[in-house]
Design a protein around this ligand. Structure first.
Ligand SMILES: [Zn+2]
Length: 57
């Protein structure tokens, strides 16, 4: 899990992997798409150290 500042509800909240709806490789890591607690779809890009990350959603 990780924290994310939602652009819709303007809150920083803890996001669980059960909320993740998609993963995609991007230039700087892995883009994680998830549904915020408010229902808004958000995207968070995992950092550079995650080149070998395997997320079990
Ligand atoms: Zn939100």
């Amino acid at each position: 899990m990780f924290t994310h500042h939602c652009t819709a509800c303007d809150k920083t909240q803890l996001i669980f992997f059960s909320q993740v709806t998609g993963l995609a490789e991007v230039d700087h890591g892995t883009a994680v798409t998830f549904t915020c607690w408010c229902g808004s779809e958000q995207t968070w890009v995992a950092g550079q150290r995650s080149t070998d990350a395997r997320v079990a959603a």
